[in-house]
Design a binder for this molecule. Structure first.
Ligand code: SF4
Ligand code: SF4
Ligand code: FES
Length: 258
């Protein structure tokens, strides 16, 4: 069997254990990844015994209970708490998801919570998404049309054309798909990844946009687009039920037939 020798401070160690003090019989053990850039210590997994009878139903509720009642230094991102903003994305029990819509009762046994995979960790459960945001900016995610410059009249779209955006405009850029994509793990600095390519397609396919050809040309690149090998992890992991792999396939088809 292959043996890997990892740098000392990359090894994840066993962390602190916080015992329940309520005496409840409804205890869930929650294992949470912890790492802080301000300490020279290795990452660790802290374990918290949580009385789930005194906790809301979602994984995010557990994180708040830990932060409010046990360890205020626990760091995670969240905003809307309703599956709309995408900021609470993390890896829960091996699956990338939104912690505010994931029920902890779905997970039998211990609950394991990690940051989204293959991102540089900022602190605890917060991953660094700055590369992904730069890539998003690179596809110029706004309507490009001269029609809107000349008049204040609304640019209309037929119902059929509007329907073509369904399944794409709903993307909340949570990055669950991109951080579950093996091609993005290994080439994330060059390959745009499923989240950004889905966004690119959303603008390519908008009937009101006048830059379709230029947009297609921009992504038609061995590294930016064709690193997708149709592994489908992205589609399986989208918490909004979207299909980034289909968007990527549609871009490839448009390029092959244009
Ligand atoms: S396609 Fe789904 S998983 Fe990917 S960023 Fe958008 S909402 Fe998140
Ligand atoms: S289908 Fe493409 S984008 Fe999706 S996980 Fe596979 S390689 Fe990544
Ligand atoms: S907090 Fe906004 S999607 Fe979870």
């Amino acid at each position: 069997m292959v043996q890997f020798s990892l740098p000392q401070n990359s090894k994840i160690l066993k962390g602190k254990y916080y015992k329940d003090k309520s005496g409840s019989s409804n205890i869930k053990k929650v294992n949470v990844y912890r790492w802080s850039p301000s300490s020279k210590e290795n990452p660790r997994i802290d374990t918290f015994e949580i009385n789930i009878k005194e906790c809301g139903p979602k994984v995010l509720d557990i994180l708040f209970k830990i932060k409010n009642e046990i360890d205020p230094s626990l760091t995670f991102r969240r905003s809307c708490a309703h599956g709309v903003c995408g900021s609470c994305a993390m890896n829960v029990d091996g699956v990338n998801t939104l912690s505010c819509i994931k029920s902890h009762s779905d997970i039998k046994g211990d609950l394991n919570i990690y940051p989204l995979p293959h991102l540089k960790v900022v602190k605890d459960l917060v991953g660094d998404l700055s590369t992904l945001y730069k890539q998003y900016e690179s596809v110029e995610p706004w309507l490009k049309t001269t029609a809107g410059e000349k008049t204040s009249v609304e640019i209309q779209q037929s119902q059929e054309d509007r329907a073509k955006l369904d399944g794409y405009y709903e993307c909340i850029l949570c990055a669950c798909c991109s951080t579950s994509c093996p091609s993005y793990w290994w080439n994330g600095d060059k390959y745009l990844g499923p989240a950004v390519l889905l966004q690119a397609y959303r603008w390519i396919t908008d009937s009101r946009d006048e830059e379709r050809k230029a947009r297609l040309k921009k992504v038609a690149d061995e590294l930016k687009l064709y690193r997708c090998h149709t592994i489908m992890n992205c589609t399986n992991s989208c918490p909004k039920g979207l299909n980034p792999a289909k968007a990527i396939a549609s871009i490839k088809k448009m390029l092959a037939t244009s």
